[in-house]
Ligand binder design. Structure first.
Ligand code: FDA
Length: 302
């Protein structure tokens, strides 16, 4: 119930204005977001790399409704790749991209063009790209764009959400040789007609997804902080070479576990940065009510 409210608030302009206008919010946001600008993000990437962690960097932003803004987002990614190279951090790095930030809802062809430019620039410096998955209405379009991008850039990956009823079918289509697929539980409020609702059903669907991924010929990316899902993934991966899959977690969540896993496995941290943190932050609050308590307490204790 609370998480549904928070996810609805994540899409409300009025709540966005309210939450982002309070300076104190920053302290809590900083737990999940690497900073407002690229310099801050690069500093965080450097620290994570020092600790043996790989990264996927996300320039925050979503639901772009103006063509000019879509071009600004594309340019932010081009700057990101230039910075990766300048600081010697490009090797093994990945960039996470939300197609809605590139104008997907406005014009699919525009989002594809921008995504192509991003992939071409990433490829030149040896960085891979992974498409985030957004709410269920975008899945067909995202998979279609993925297919087109993979013709020229076969290393482009995609996230799929276990909570969606369609995902097992999508996964079967996606796990061919060379594919990079990140399995996550799903962070959006979705109706029961398209998505499993309770944690138990979502977890079961996640395990089904893990089985398909691990039996497939692609490169599984296990995006979860859930110790049970991680144990099951490890059990399913016993026959696989450690270099043939990786774990992924979000910046600021179970950081000790990230470092522990990195001792024996490939571990990648999803690092978001940028001024447009509202939607991302609200989804993190929705995932864990304790985060909301922490957030509200920072107001009471001021
Ligand atoms: P679950 O929610 O069951 O949490 C398991 C445990 O992890 C909790 O008990 C808690 O200890 C910890 N935890 C989880 N979330 C926390 C939080 N916010 N704060 C503090 N602790 C927390 N979603 C999506 O729809 N599209 C996408 O493209 C992506 N991309 C993505 C990339 C990566 C690398 C990750 C790890 C996740 C995503 N997600 C995503 C988010 C994903 O769908 C999901 O909402 C979160 O990962 C939470 O689910 P868990 O699998 O961690 O399990």
């Amino acid at each position: 119930m609370l998480s549904t409210l928070l996810l609805a608030a994540a899409r409300s302009r009025r709540t966005r204005d309210l939450v982002t206008s309070v300076p104190l919010t920053r302290g809590v946001v900083d737990r999940f977001v690497a900073g407002d600008d690229l310099d801050a993000a690069i500093e965080v990437v450097r620290e994570l790399r020092r600790d043996g962690l790989k990264v996927t960097l996300d320039h925050l932003g979503e639901d772009t409704v103006e063509r000019e803004q879509a071009a600004v987002v594309r340019d932010a990614y081009l700057d990101m790749f230039a910075a990766f190279e300048e600081h010697g951090l490009a090797r093994g790095a990945d960039a996470s991209v939300k197609l809605s930030a590139l104008g997907q809802a406005l014009d699919g062809a525009l989002a594809l063009d921008h995504a192509r430019e991003i992939c071409a620039a990433a490829g030149r410096v040896g960085v891979t790209v992974t498409l985030d998955m957004e709410d269920h209405t975008t899945v067909d379009s995202t998979l279609e764009i993925l297919g087109k991008l993979r013709v020229d850039f076969p290393w482009v990956g995609v996230a799929v959400q276990a909570m969606l009823r369609r995902t097992a079918g999508d996964l079967r289509d996606l796990v061919g040789e060379g594919s990079r697929v990140r399995l996550v539980k799903g962070a959006y409020a979705e109706p029961a007609s398209v998505a499993f609702q309770g944690k138990r059903d979502v977890d079961r669907a996640y395990v089904r997804g893990l089985r398909i991924l691990m039996r497939g010929d692609g490169y599984p990316m296990i995006g979860s902080h859930d110790p049970r899902m991680i144990d099951i993934a490890l059990a399913l991966a016993v026959e696989r070479a450690p270099s043939s899959y990786e774990f992924q977690m979000l910046y600021g969540i179970r950081s000790d576990e990230q470092r522990r896993l990195a001792e024996a496995h490939q571990m990648r941290v999803y690092v978001p940065y940028g001024a447009d943190w509202y939607g991302y932050f609200m989804r993190r609050l929705a995932e864990r009510p304790a985060n909301l308590v922490f957030f509200l307490r920072s107001f009471v204790n001021r």
